[in-house]
Write a protein that binds this ligand. Structure first.
Ligand SMILES: [Zn+2]
Ligand SMILES: [Zn+2]
Length: 118
């Protein structure tokens, strides 16, 4: 069967490649293919412990010059991003101290049994 259909296709605004899915800047509406989107913008997570629903992509041009109507939204994403970073640093620090403590205990245990010592 042959059918003539109208199909909307997306072209990357940077490299002009045809893509099925694009990253669309919530601020200016530019659409980018996966590779370009990684290079010239950033996806901001909607949650500290999750991402996905509610995430937004901002292109660098917009990040560097956030339009007035987007400042509140962008600030909210930045707040989440800072908390994510803080959480990560917190865990890294915790892991470091945990490793040191466990390592030290193992070293002490290796030295031998303590009740043998007079
Ligand atoms: Zn592209
Ligand atoms: Zn943009």
């Amino acid at each position: 069967m042959k059918k003539l259909i109208n199909k909307e296709v997306i072209f990357c605004d940077r490299c002009n490649k045809e893509v099925e899915y694009s990253a669309e800047c919530v601020s200016c509406g530019s659409e980018f293919c996966y590779d370009c989107s990684k290079k010239i913008g950033k996806t901001f997570s909607a949650g500290v412990f999750y991402s996905g629903s509610g995430d937004s992509y901002f292109c660098h041009t917009c990040i560097q010059n956030i339009p007035p109507e987007m400042t509140s939204l962008f600030a909210a994403y930045i707040r989440i991003q800072a908390l994510r970073q803080e959480q990560k640093t917190m865990w890294e620090d915790f892991d470091k101290r945990r490793n040191n403590a466990e390592e030290e205990l193992q070293q002490l245990l290796k030295k031998g049994t303590y009740h043998d010592k007079s």
